[in-house]
Design a protein around this ligand. Sequence first.
Ligand SMILES: Cc1cc2nc3c(=O)[nH]c(=O)nc-3n(C[C@H](O)[C@H](O)[C@H](O)COP(=O)(O)OP(=O)(O)OC[C@H]3O[C@@H](n4cnc5c(N)ncnc54)[C@H](O)[C@@H]3O)c2cc1C
Length: 399
Amino acid sequence: MDFQPDQGLDAFRDEVRTFLRENLPADLAGKPVGSVRSMRADLVRWQRILNQKGWGAPYWAAKDGGTGWSVLQRLAFDEECVAAGAPTQDGFAQKLLGPVLNEFASPEQKAEHLPLIFAGERLWCQGFSEPGSGSDLASLRTQAVREGDHYVVNGQKIWTSYAHESDWIFLLVRTNTEVKKQAGISFLLVDMKTPGITVRPIRSIDDCHHLNETFFDNVRVPVGNRVGEEGAGWNITKFLLNNEHASAADLPILRRYLMQLKKLATRQLAGGQALIEQSEFALKLARLEAEVNAIAMMVKRVAAMEQDHSPAAHAMGSILKVRGTELQQRLSEFALEALGDYGAIAYPEPHDDAQGEALPLQEVGRGIANEMFFRRASTIYGGTSEVQRGIIAKMLFQF
Ligand SMILES: Cc1cc2nc3c(=O)[nH]c(=O)nc-3n(C[C@H](O)[C@H](O)[C@H](O)COP(=O)(O)OP(=O)(O)OC[C@H]3O[C@@H](n4cnc5c(N)ncnc54)[C@H](O)[C@@H]3O)c2cc1C
């Protein structure tokens, strides 16, 4: 791994910055994004702007109509977009499902779904976890029974992020109960408007609604909506989960928190003095910044490993996930602490448009409490810290 400055990457970063400066509409920039996905109207508008530049699918290979960027270019793009406050893309469609469709879908499935993903006009959610089947995903019980040219799906998914705002869901179902549990799973694409699907909100501790329970009651899904062969769902899932180890720490979010903290530190006073002037605060901030920079170095290493298809990238990604998510929690806690008494103010939820009089420190304080609470879950979603530690421990025996 070469730690020398990479002039090519710096030039690319400059190009992204210039593009953002010239093309990100002022009314979209810095609009609070919520924890995972922007509001549909913002997302679609931003997706169109990216498409005009040819950057609509930053995570896909050039042969699939994507940008064909390297892992480091993708990370730089993400970082600059987050720093500029750009809306998100539909991560479920772009990062998770898109590569699966490009790899495994039939020509008909590609023709139906890929153009709408490009346009940002068909939003997706992920139906994997079930009550009792999260870390042990292969034990899932939602069943799909074949009846002619349809599957009839019955069961329940949980923690389905944005199911209430999504048009389609990619779903893992059990199509065979007689074989080893991994071999009995299939991967279906399901229209959320199909009769028999019920979505119930789970309001989370960040006072937002992005999580749901999703129930399937005799839901009829055409067999043509199955990706890959019947029983191939587990291999497809491994492919899907094996993407982008270098992004496991969510470095753009860490950098955004740091930026927000620095702004806050110059505006928030304690004892008549700006926080940044106070040595104890400044020292803690500097330590956290050093940790973020250490993670950035490690991200580079893991990106290089991924580019070389090194088997160790998987476990290194787990190290990044544990370190990165713990740091997200500490940074967001520190930001809330820096807000002082104002930390107790319920700033409007990020998805709401601000109404009425501005609250004290509104501009820098908005969203901090929601983020601090939301990031409690970062050591759970995407694979819990305990499971990541298990992966790391196994690696120690291998290498
Ligand atoms: C905010 C949020 C958003 C999510 N979004 C989605 C989504 O959109 N779609 C979706 O399908 N799922 C989603 N999930 C679900 C997520 O993938 C699961 O919560 C996660 O995989 C953990 O599964 P579980 O909740 O069933 O916990 P469990 O697997 O039951 O774990 C319970 C505890 O046991 C520990 N544990 C489990 N197995 C082991 C092991 N082998 N070794 C050591 N300790 C272990 C865990 O670390 C944890 O502490 C989301 C979750 C959250 C919190």
